[in-house]
Design a protein around this ligand. Structure first.
Ligand code: NAD
Length: 252
């Protein structure tokens, strides 16, 4: 059991990559606190996990709300007694809007969730981690956080911000036992694109020019196994990396 007696909060844990990460952690002995604003999916996932014998707790959270983030951590500590791992997995897309088509409402929403959510979660958890002598943060960045042309402007900017926060937190708090790393996947088979209701067709065309050079998409489990490695002692000397998980797409 690589995460025995550990407690992990996973934002966006009701679906997709977050759910796969929560399952991977629970199978390795972790108690998992799932934080998501889709209440129905959250309840279903918590019930599914508990029926499998996992220790799962659900908390309805909008990561763009400071009050919700406070409650997410406080309720998780109240329920499980401690928190050792925070996975900032929540994220939404930007309709692939190219720079000249960016709408303020999309910019604000994506920044508030994808960047603000990571900042707020980290801001709340770091004092707890430093007080207890350490803790682990795993952020979900994206290939859009390490390359320039694979998404819309806002999503690309947001994921670069996630990469920057990852390195900043690792370098600022590493000496106090905090490890903070990020995963940068290419395309993963989840329902993420359902958050797009109105594509910018120009932006979409530009951002998908290179998809012919992409080997294949990933399963959520392939990303979860990386998140498990980053949360376990096996990665104890790794801090501040943004790990591409893209079958070599960004290497091309
Ligand atoms: N799927 C991909 O191809 C891909 C590629 C690279 C990076 N990522 C990143 O991985 C992460 C997870 O993506 P996914 O594909 O699993 O997405 P998903 O849409 O399958 O799941 C995201 C979850 O986050 C929840 N959520 C959305 N907004 C929220 C909010 N404001 N507060 C709380 N919960 C909220 C949703 O309800 C959902 O359960 C995201 O950060 C995404 O940017 C995904």
């Amino acid at each position: 059991m690589r995460l025995e007696n550990k407690v992990a909060i996973i934002t966006g844990g009701a679906n997709g990559i977050g759910k796969a990460i929560a399952a991977a952690y629970a199978k390795e002995g972790a108690k998992v606190s799932l934080a998501d604003f889709n209440e129905e999916a959250l309840n279903n996932t918590v019930a599914e996990f508990n029926s499998q014998g996992f220790e799962a707790f659900g908390v309805k959270v909008d990561v763009s709300s400071e009050d919700d983030i406070q409650r997410m951590v406080d309720d998780s500590v109240g329920h499980f007694g401690r928190v050792d791992i925070l996975v900032n997995c929540t994220g939404v897309l930007d309709n692939m809007q190219a720079a000249h088509n960016v709408e303020d409402a999309i910019w604000n929403r994506v920044m508030d969730i994808n960047v603000g959510g990571v900042m707020r979660g980290s801001r709340k958890i770091i004092p707890l981690f430093t007080k207890q002598g350490g803790g682990i943060i795993v952020n979900l960045a994206s290939i859009c956080g390490i390359t320039g042309g694979r998404g819309g402007l806002t999503y690309t900017a947001a994921k670069h911000a996630v990469a920057g926060m990852t390195k900043n937190i690792a370098s600022t708090y590493g000496a106090q036992g905090v490890r903070c790393n990020a995963i940068a996947p290419a395309q993963v088979d989840t329902g993420l694109t359902q958050s797009i209701d109105n594509y910018d067709m120009f932006g979409l065309k530009q951002a998908t020019r290179g998809t012919g050079t992409m080997n294949r998409s990933a399963s959520p489990d392939e990303i979860a196994s990386i998140a498990l490695f980053l949360a376990s002692g096996e990665s104890s000397y790794i801090n501040g990396v943004v790990l591409a998980a893209d079958a070599g797409w960004s290497a091309y």
